[in-house]
Design a protein around this ligand. Structure first.
Ligand code: NAI
Length: 333
């Protein structure tokens, strides 16, 4: 197969090539987002392999189909960027990597919580300046604090297991409760209760029409004063202006983001020499109690290896006409 790999970074190439050694596909790497313009480049390809910020809306899918592309392989779990109904109608099977080390994202979630709480990022800089003052670095014990998880799928559950080890009380909201969460002494509650009782709230649900801007002004108003909010899931789950208001009026005491609604224009590239036009993003960076990472939750050796092997295996199955358990379009009526 000839496979066009979009949003390709050097690490994608390293891990995909490792997996491809025994498969012998021709992988062509583009450090470009897939969109209506770049879809024009796919004429000679059997498959396109894409990531979280590539555009797989109906017009782009139509262009891919017109160029003769037969399969779409996502190198990620989330599929909010794909019009699955359009893909199904065009008979373009879409496969994904449903689980590739949920622990990677869970551990990054904990890294954000610990850093924001104990201000190790600020301590690091102070000590390098030989400034050993502790003022402004005060944190709280995680032990005994209540953490509310929105979504207890693979990542939410992996996060819950770590937090249980810290001695946290666990609350969650999920339309499909997970038995294993209950074995951690976790309690399922309504969103309202989760907002009211949680010291820390962490988002682990997918971005859907229903969950878009789940965290808005109304939700923030219902939260405990001084809440810490963490989003390692998808940027569109939160209304950024509402977060900024919550930070300005001190309702939110700390905010950790690994994702951002407009991240496709920023993340995964070096913009350090440029002026960023996104006023909301720039405002977020002015707060001392905000930590943003550039969608690196998944970024571990184990996860990259798993992503590459599952992606190529998914495509192998499609090409052989076999049933692929990771096909999203199959699940659509
Ligand atoms: P999963 O499918 O195993 O779990 C998602 C859970 O969310 C399910 O239990 C589902 O019932 C629940 N859910 C759906 N809608 C909900 C709602 N409105 N409110 C509360 N719960 C809801 O997915 P997984 O693997 O745990 O991933 C979760 C999300 O994490 C993905 O959708 C993706 O957006 C994000 N992610 C982020 C990464 C990163 O690098 N930062 C990497 C991988 C995934």
């Amino acid at each position: 197969m000839r496979i066009a790999v979009f949003s390709a970074q050097p690490y994608d190439k390293t891990y995909l090539e490792q997996e491809n050694q025994h498969l012998g596909h021709e992988l062509v790497y583009f450090d470009l987002l897939l969109n209506a313009t770049t879809a024009e480049m796919c004429k000679q390809f059997d498959a396109v392999c894409v990531f979280v910020n590539d555009d797989l809306s109906a017009p782009v899918l139509q262009k891919l189909k017109d160029q003769g592309v037969r399969y779409i392989a996502l190198r990620c779990a989330g599929f909010n960027n794909v019009d699955l109904l359009a893909a199904k109608a065009l008979q373009l099977p879409v496969v994904r990597v449903p689980a590739y080390s949920p622990e990677a994202v869970a551990e990054h979630t904990i890294a954000l919580i610990l850093t924001l709480n104990r201000k190790t990022h600020r301590a690091f800089n102070r000590v390098r300046e030989r400034n050993f003052a502790l003022n402004g670095l005060l944190g709280f014990n995680l032990h005994g604090k209540t953490v509310g998880l929105v979504g207890t799928g693979q990542i939410g559950l992996a996060t819950a297991k770590i937090l249980k080890g810290f001695g946290c009380q666990l609350l969650a909201h999920d339309p499909y409760p997970n038995e294993e969460f209950l074995t951690l002494d976790g309690h399922y509650v309504s969103l309202e209760t989760l907002y009211q009782q949680s010291d820390i709230i962490s988002l682990h649900c997918p971005l859907t029409e229903e969950s878009h801007h789940l965290i808005n002004q109304h939700a923030i108003e219902a939260m405990k004063p001084g809440v810490m909010l963490i989003n390692t899931s998808r940027g569109g789950l939160v209304d950024t202006p509402a977060l900024i208001t919550g930070l300005k009026n001190r309702k939110i005491s700390a905010l950790g983001l690994d994702v951002y609604e407009q991240e496709s224009q920023l993340f995964f590239h070096d913009h350090s020499g440029e002026i960023i036009d996104d006023e909301l993003f720039e405002r977020l960076l002015t707060f001392p109690n905000v930590m943003i990472t550039g969608h690196q939750g998944f970024f571990t050796e184990e996860a990259l290896s798993q992503i590459s092997s599952t992606t190529l295996n998914n495509l192998e199955q499609l090409a052989k006409g076999e049933n692929c358990a990771n096909e999203l379009t199959q699940a659509i009526d």
